[in-house]
Ligand binder design. Structure first.
Ligand code: MN
Ligand code: MN
Length: 415
């Protein structure tokens, strides 16, 4: 015999729905007790009479009033360079957001740096690999690989560089107004203010050792700086080809470029809603520990519901206004707002989507501590699963499911 509950679970249309679905709260409003501003009926419920900064609060409408579908509590996934203290020196500045500042960001530490024309980030190296994207102007980079092969290149807006851990390098602003860029280290603890600096090592080595090491008299080193330089103003370098000739000497040049023109590369996905460009070790060979996707979304468009199976996603918002929701077990769902200069973070395998909620293009770059870029699209999964199986889960007929995108579009337009 059917129980009353079993009878209820078979709808008039004959579709089988679960007892849970039959008992769910209203559409778009799933929780009991109901959550969200739409359910706040009491007088004064939505007022916030306490002390507050209106200017700051207005940047976070989704935190002030989350959608009714948000639930639970998730670790903060928003940070920003906008309020990160700058270390300013003559020749440029930098500010950083490490895991010490942003607890969720365990795989990546981020740095935002400006160098004047001629401004030098001194010769140094790191225990982590360094990946970067140019956001303004031009920069000359130098690096030596582990086979002793030198490399010098000029990078412009939209270009990347990647220096493996331990590869010694320098950066210098060129052109009329130098440059600005964002660096990601493949370690959330990496600290740009505390790196292995050439000036520090010289100053902390006995002069007689320097004399022996370099095969010149100790007096050669009488005028070395006794404090490190980190960033300092230098002279704008000359022709790139002259620098390349000067470093080549008796060795071959490095076989693979340490830079990649991501911003001008052919998009992996392109539609009227925008485009997605990817750089990882398959096209940017040296980038063995960092992959990246540069995403541009037109107004009203959405970066489709997806997740990344092989790494956390560290995001830098370059322009426009974004709203991202992240979904986790629990269930948990949290929506947050992002503007230019902000950082977002999504842990590996957590579902997420990003909407362009402004009236201009949204652009952000997702950075992953992984050799390959990988994503799984929700619609691609559900359109490559037997339709009857999907239909029984969602109580949606197969003909409608057949209309869903089955090509992992990456971006979808305003509906
Ligand atoms: Mn560096
Ligand atoms: Mn993503």
């Amino acid at each position: 015999m059917f129980s009353r509950r079993d009878m209820l679970a078979v709808s008039a249309a004959g579709a089988i729905v679960t007892a849970n679905a039959a008992h769910a709260a209203s559409f778009g409003n799933p929780d009991q007790p109901p959550q969200g501003a739409i359910n706040a009926k009491a007088p004064g419920n939505l007022r916030d009479p306490g002390p507050q900064s209106e200017a700051l609060g207005k940047q976070f409408p989704s935190a002030q009033f989350p959608p009714a579908t948000d639930i639970g509590g998730m670790p903060m996934d928003w940070a920003s360079f906008n309020n990160a203290p700058k270390r300013v020196q003559n020749g440029g500045w930098a500010r950083q957001v490490t895991v010490e500042d942003f607890a969720i960001s365990k795989e990546i530490s981020g740095v935002n740096m400006r160098l004047t024309a001629g401004g030098i980030r001194e010769l140094h190296w790191h225990q982590a690999a360094e990946w970067a994207i140019m956001t303004y102007g031009s920069c000359r980079v130098t690096v030596l690989d582990a086979a002793g092969q030198p490399y010098v290149a000029d990078v412009n807006e939209g270009d990347l560089w990647y220096f493996p851990a331990g590869a010694p390098h320098s950066l210098q602003g060129i052109g009329s107004d130098g440059c600005e860029f964002v660096i990601c280290f493949d370690d959330g603890h990496a600290n740009e203010f505390n790196t292995l600096l050439v000036s520090d090592w010289f100053a902390h080595t006995p002069p007689e050792i320097l004399a022996k090491n370099f095969g010149v008299p100790a007096e050669t080193f009488a005028k070395i700086p006794l404090q490190n330089l980190w960033i300092f103003q230098g002279t704008v370098p000359g022709d790139l080809l002259a620098d390349r000739a000067a470093v080549s000497k008796n060795v071959a040049a490095a076989p693979y470029p340490f830079v990649f023109p991501l911003g001008s590369s052919r998009p992996n996905k392109e539609s009227r809603t925008g485009n997605i460009r990817v750089a990882d070790s398959t096209n940017f060979n040296v980038a063995r520990t960092v992959a990246a996707a540069l995403v541009t979304v037109r107004p009203g468009g959405i970066r489709e519901m997806h997740w990344h199976p092989n790494a956390d996603e560290w995001q830098y918002y370059i322009k426009g206004k974004a709203r991202m929701t992240v979904f986790d077990t629990g269930p948990n769902a949290m929506t947050m707002d992002f503007n230019a200069g902000d950082i977002g973070y999504v842990r590996k395998n957590l579902g997420h989507y990003v909407e362009n909620v402004g009236d201009t293009d949204l652009q952000f770059v997702g950075v992953f501590r992984a050799p390959r870029y990988e994503e799984i699209s929700l619609s691609n999964w559900l359109t490559h699963t037997p339709p009857a199986l999907v239909a029984q889960h969602l109580n949606i007929d197969e003909a409608t499911i057949a209309k869903w995108p089955d090509n992992a579009p990456g971006l979808m337009p305003k509906s």
